[in-house]
Design a protein around this ligand. Sequence first.
Ligand SMILES: [Zn+2]
Ligand SMILES: [Zn+2]
Length: 354
Amino acid sequence: MTTIAGTRPAAKPDIDPKPSTLAQQILVGIFVGVPMIALLAAIPFAWGWGLGWHDVIIAAVFYWLSGFGITVGYHRYFTHSSFKAKPGLRVALAVAGSLAMEGPVITWVSDHRRHHKYSDREGDPHSPWRYGDNARALAKGLLWAHMLWLFDPNQTSQEKFSPDLLADGKIKKVDRMFGPLVAVTLLLPALIGGLWGMSWHGAITAFFWAGLVRVTLLHHVTWSINSICHTFGDTDFEARDKSRNVSWLAIASFGESWHNLHHADPTCARHGALKGQIDSSARVIWILEKLGWAYNVRWPNEARLTAKRTADATRPLGGMTGRNATTGQRDGKKDTVESTASDNAVTQADRAAA
Ligand SMILES: [Zn+2]
Ligand SMILES: [Zn+2]
């Protein structure tokens, strides 16, 4: 960006000048470690210790709610502006994402925008290729990309990567409410389980399965996008990094494992854009659009995606793919003009973030 006088404004650093404190790192350790110990404990207990159908239902509902909060909310909406949302939905998405216990919304978005800016190059907060590409370096890199990066004292600068969210009072409020929302995501399942079964036993098993175990599962699925989906899988599209499409993670990750398409076209609302690729997050956005709560959705653009296919790619593009436009409507000149304007807006925001 150049000013009229031709001088460049001082660039903001990518990394916050204040490193994280030991107390903050210990907190991350508790958030990551305690649910994980529960998951490990769950394996021997699963058949003998109180997994009832109440627990399964409550866990599934919270997995969906917090999972879509991450994929539709934190990721496709807040990080990449794949669609616009009515004010109520905007706040709801920030709250739902917080329930995944993956950090406050502005922290998550800032890290992820930095990931896209540098993907698999120096500056990427979580590339599995950080230590090199021999087997030993990659094993170490996978562990780093999966979870060890969370303990890196170098924190992404929110001023640089998320000025739009810092300027939004309501989102800042949700961001600051992260602590209480962690309590909600762990204790609300217990409350529901207790009332449903009218017993302390119901509360305890729901706390364990729908609180701790559910949080851990979602943590590892989300982290697998950073580790597995940057290492193993198919490249159907040209991307400048090592992002991959991984089919076996598609259902658990709500479509986020079509990660190669995502890096090839980051603002696209549908990641599983090829025929047969399941992407439940795109379906949720489609429903929100039908309800009128989401609008200006950037559905896959056929011409744009075709230009990015790798030479050996054969699978055709799937549904919800507009011929001329990036919005949900498939025809009309107005659409193309609007989408070009919003393309430019996003590109400008990307540049501002860069
Ligand atoms: Zn990625
Ligand atoms: Zn992304």
